[in-house]
Design a binder for this molecule. Structure first.
Ligand SMILES: [Zn+2]
Ligand SMILES: [Zn+2]
Length: 316
């Protein structure tokens, strides 16, 4: 018998109806305009990638470990709907020979991303990201540039009163010792942490700083901060990024008690940022940026610097 009740949208996704399009267009066109003004070129990569590529880039992140849309296609290939753009853009950078051209390679992408997250108000399983990548240089100026670009865009779409939370995740030289300090701090508190955090403590302790569960909050204030334990190179890089941003008139807080999870595995010298709209944070947007090393096929090391803005909900 034919089904009679109407078929609704898949759980966790939504339509953008004509009434919302002017707002949506303003965000997208604003991204393109700001991207071009900063000298970035547009790139479009497929929504589908080999699951292996996505996993290699973000193995320790929730977006990959728990929220990846993965499936076998009719040919038996293990594919994924991209949870973020960096893996695909870096793949295209090498596959398309952009690594042979002038460096750094400045690229931007605006498009849908997918995460099998628990749907909540303002968070969808398909959402749009403005993604910026500057690949091929380790200059602090490039980190600052990407952050300034993000800030310009957020202002352009009408968000006022923004503050940048700037952090560092150190590098292979200084991060291991910091992680030991962090574990040593949290070990006596283990039984008071929530279940996931108890598991993270040994495997990926930086994630403890990202936890939003109320019972884990009281311990963050006294946790050691990585910015007090950076090596000379990382401290100089971090200070240079800060100076440049202050020079650009960006309001910065440098004492965040969080660390963007996806920056934790392969970024020897990185800055992480979050732009928060005071008093009305996650309902509007989530923003983070990261820099990291990617190992190209030729064996040379390139620096990948990127900033992404997840536009989670339209202001209502
Ligand atoms: Zn927790
Ligand atoms: Zn360092």
């Amino acid at each position: 018998m034919a089904r009679t009740e109407p078929i609704k949208a898949v759980r966790g996704v939504r339509d953008i109806l004509p009434a919302e399009m002017p707002l949506w267009r303003a965000a997208q066109q604003g991204a393109a305009e700001v991207g071009r003004r900063f000298g970035y070129e547009e790139i479009i990569t497929p929504i589908l990638e080999h699951a292996e590529l996505i996993e290699r880039v973000g193995e320790d992140t929730d977006a990959v470990a728990k929220e990846l849309y993965r499936f076998d296609d009719r040919g038996g290939r293990n594919l994924a709907l991209r949870p973020e753009a960096t893996a695909g853009v870096v793949r295209a950078y090498f596959e398309g020979g952009l690594n042979q051209g002038p460096q750094p390679s400045r690229l931007y992408l605006f498009g849908p991303m997918f995460r099998y997250d628990r749907p909540q108000k303002g968070r969808y399983r398909q959402f749009f990201q403005f993604n910026v990548e500057a690949i091929g240089s380790a200059a602090a100026g490039l980190d600052a540039e990407v952050i300034e670009l993000a800030s310009e865009w957020l202002h352009q779409v009408g968000l006022q009163d923004l503050r940048l939370e700037l952090n560092s995740i150190g590098d292979g030289k200084c991060r291991p010792a910091y992680l030991e300090r962090l574990k040593a701090y949290y070990r006596p508190l283990k039984s008071q942490l929530h279940g996931d955090c108890q598991l993270r403590l040994e495997r990926n302790p930086l994630r403890l700083l990202d936890c939003k569960v109320p019972q884990c909050q009281p311990f963050k204030a006294d946790a050691p901060r990585i910015t007090d334990h950076l090596c000379d190179e990382c401290a100089a890089h971090w200070a240079a990024v800060r100076r440049l941003l202050e020079g650009a008139g960006i309001d910065i807080s440098t004492t965040p008690t969080w660390c963007a999870a996806s920056t934790t595995t392969r970024a020897p010298c990185s800055s992480s940022i979050r732009v928060a709209q005071k008093g009305n944070r996650t309902r509007w947007l989530r923003e983070d940026a990261m820099t990291g090393w990617r190992k190209p096929r030729a064996g040379r090391r390139h620096r990948a610097s990127d900033s992404r803005v997840a536009w989670i909900a339209s202001p209502s």
